[in-house]
Design a protein around this ligand. Structure first.
Ligand code: ADP
Ligand code: MG
Ligand code: ZN
Length: 490
């Protein structure tokens, strides 16, 4: 993608909380979102002196699962390190994380972009523990305006997987698609709910720009904690423009960490390189290193479910839908599920896909809703497509019916019945209308007779107008040809 002669270079660091029963290094519940503060804590996750961590085997297995699904190598040796820094959300003053021996390395994920399939390489996948949550009390909830802050340790110690890409992404749009594929993939594995609003999936975006054609990377900035696809796209877009503006006016980009403010849609400095941390990583002496037998990895590998890329292939081969549509569907797990369920109700896959990807998406965007939150269910969509396929309603009417169904949650067939918007295919009704239109448009009649196809479209359009969109266009065309072919005097 071209940005005024510059190219953007982007690498993402995504954190995903694992939905194991218990936390990473203690027996506390890991399902703590929305629970009263500090009700799922113990000496281990509160960092009390003398407490000892015990690794959660399931979390390790799930991290390996994610790494394998991302085509990573799983080195036979892995280790936990202490990442030392002070912050009030972390009472041990170090976070148990991984350093030079992560769970997975050298993976990749293929995403479908406007320009075709593109491979994004995965640098590493590692396992760590989440921190507690600070709640800033004040007018805005922002730290800078807080009177005081409270701390909730329920989240402390929840297993967290970090997935780091190589800097292979070239636009905000691509970053969003990568993130969508990644989320779809992890949801498919069933190891996290990937809820971005609740913070169980979060993203830090590293971005730099360089003159197009250059191979060296420019100086990057890192935007922290982007918590929605929209924030990711907007934050990156703002940051790319800001960096280009700096370079164009002869200034330099400063390497720093920035925060994206969703309200002003701007990024602001959080900390610069001078304040950068030296984490003094060292192996955690309380935790033994891990060695994974080959059979163990193979067993996890063979347990992997159908992943989005394979699902895309199956949608094309099994349902015969357009590859481009299949790619968009599997990018969001919920869309793909919705599609398959709708097809199970009415087996016209391409038509279902068409309506899902155009009308339904359009209404969802307009109402700012997720597909799981809206009143239209797979049954509704299947019902609508069936009405069209059976010739009961025209496409034009179908759009209106769909719109009402979206608003009210009523089944399309019920709306059609209540409103009497059933399509007219009846010869006795249509022929007189067609004749009237022909009489009023002698020029079009001549055009049709001399073989001009567009003129038929014109006549059909006029009939649609008179019938308020209820005429079945195919029937109108048939009758029209019959009338003109039979040489009726008009
Ligand atoms: P840090 O130590 O600052 O976290 P890393 O080298 O670990 O930086 O890289 C973090 C992420 O930033 C990775 O996804 C990487 O691909 C990306 N990245 C590194 N350098 C650049 C750059 N110049 N421009 C854009 N992204 C970059
Ligand atoms: Mg970083
Ligand atoms: Zn605990």
């Amino acid at each position: 993608m071209d940005f005024q002669g510059y190219e953007a270079v982007i690498g993402l660091e995504v954190h995903t909380e694992l939905q194991t029963e218990s936390k990473m290094f203690c027996g506390c519940s890991a399902r703590t979102f929305g629970e009263p503060p500090n009700t799922h804590v113990c000496p281990v996750c509160l960092g009390m002196p003398g407490s000892l961590p015990v690794p959660n085997e399931r979390a390790i297995e799930w991290a390996i699962k994610i790494a394998l699904a991302l085509n990573c190598e799983i080195p036979p040796f892995s280790q936990f390190h202490r990442k030392n820094y002070f912050y009030p959300d972390m009472p041990k003053n170090y976070q148990i994380s991984q350093y030079d021996f992560p769970i997975g390395v050298n993976g990749y994920i293929d995403i479908d972009t406007e320009e075709g399939e593109k491979r994004i390489r995965i640098h590493r996948v590692h396992l760590e523990e989440d921190t507690g949550k600070l709640i800033h009390i004040g007018k805005t909830g922002r730290i800078s305006e807080a009177e005081h802050s409270l701390i909730d340790f329920n989240r402390a110690g929840i297993p967290l997987v970090e997935i780091v890409t190589e800097a292979d992404i070239r636009s905000p749009e691509e970053a969003k698609i990568y993130m969508q594929y990644l989320r779809s993939l992890i949801l498919t594995l069933g190891v996290s709910d990937c809820n971005m609003e609740e913070g169980s999936m979060r993203c830090d975006a590293n971005v730099s720009v360089r003159p197009k054609g250059k191979t060296d990377f420019g100086v990057k900035t890192e935007i922290k904690n982007l918590n929605s696809f929209r924030a990711l796209e907007r934050g990156l877009r703002y940051e790319i423009e800001r960096q280009i503006e700096l370079l164009n006016s002869g200034k330099e980009v400063v390497q720093e960490t920035r925060h994206f403010d969703a309200q002003s849609k701007r990024t602001v400095t959080l900390r610069t390189k001078e304040e950068a941390h030296d984490y003094r990583y060292f192996p955690d002496p309380d935790l033994v290193p891990m060695e994974f037998p080959r059979e163990y990895i193979e067993k996890i590998k063979s347990s992997l479910p159908e992943l989005p890329k394979q699902r895309k292939g199956r949608f094309v081969s099994e349902y015969g839908i357009r590859p481009k549509d299949a790619a968009i569907l599997v990018r969001e797990r919920e869309l793909a599920d919705f599609f398959e369920e709708a097809v199970s109700f009415f087996n016209k896959p391409q038509q279902i896909a068409n309506w899902l990807l155009s009308e339904l998406i359009y209404h969802l965007n307009r109402a700012d809703l997720n597909i799981t939150e809206c009143a239209v269910t797979p049954k509704h969509l299947a019902d609508l497509v069936k009405l069209i396929e059976d010739g009961v309603i025209s496409t034009k009417i179908a759009k209106e019916v769909f719109s009402e169904s979206f608003e009210t949650g009523k089944l399309p067939s019920i709306i059609v019945e209540e409103k009497g918007v059933v399509q007219i295919s009846d010869e006795e009704i249509l022929v007189p209308i067609i004749k009237q239109v022909l009489q009023e448009n002698p020029k079009a009649v001549e055009d049709i007779k001399s073989g001009k196809k567009q003129a038929i479209g014109f006549i059909v359009g006029q009939v649609m107008k008179i019938t308020k969109g209820k005429a079945n266009p195919q029937s109108v065309t048939n009758f029209l040809n019959k009338i003109l072919g039979s040489g009726l005097e008009l």
